[in-house]
Design a binder for this molecule. Structure first.
Ligand code: DQA
Length: 146
């Protein structure tokens, strides 16, 4: 089983970026934690971060051939990107949306996600644990399905 992990814009700055909202873990530390979760379940991960919407769309499109499911933190594109939504719909693979912060308890514009209703589910508000819980949930979903 192979899962694509996508991190959207500005998440490369985790650790130094708004620690009150996003915690002190770096993206590298989160990726290491994700790899441990995956290893325990015998799952292969490909992890990709981009600040570019088009690169994220290109990666999602690769899921048709190469991946069983997608774990994504679309970051700011969550609230703006019909292109990412359409890509998720196009590939028709289970997708889980995660956020470090609770997007429902912040500015009003963050409560709207263009991806949430085309994903299997959304996990937010638990810091880096949102990623680990999201990955485990996706693995469980895929294992029951496959
Ligand atoms: C975020 C929440 C988004 O609103 C924000 O634009 C981010 C990070 C999160 O993980 O909490 O960049 O996706």
């Amino acid at each position: 089983m192979k899962i694509l992990v996508l991190h959207g814009p500005n998440l490369n700055l985790l650790g130094k970026r708004e620690p009150d909202n996003y915690g002190s873990a770096t993206l590298e530390e989160i990726n290491r934690g994700l790899s441990l979760v995956a290893e325990k379940s015998g799952v292969e991960l490909e992890i990709f971060q981009s600040n570019s919407e088009s690169e994220l769309v290109d990666k999602i499109q690769q899921a048709v051939e190469n991946f069983d499911g997608i774990l994504i933190n679309p970051a700011a594109y969550t609230h703006t990107s019909i292109a990412l939504r359409d890509a998720v719909l196009a590939v028709n693979k289970p997708c889980v949306e995660v956020h470090l912060s609770n997007i429902h308890s912040r500015e009003d514009f963050r409560a709207k996600s263009y991806l949430a209703d085309v994903c299997a589910g959304q996990i937010c508000g638990f810091g880096q644990d949102s990623y680990f819980l999201g990955l485990q949930a996706l693995i469980n979903l895929l294992k029951n399905k496959l």
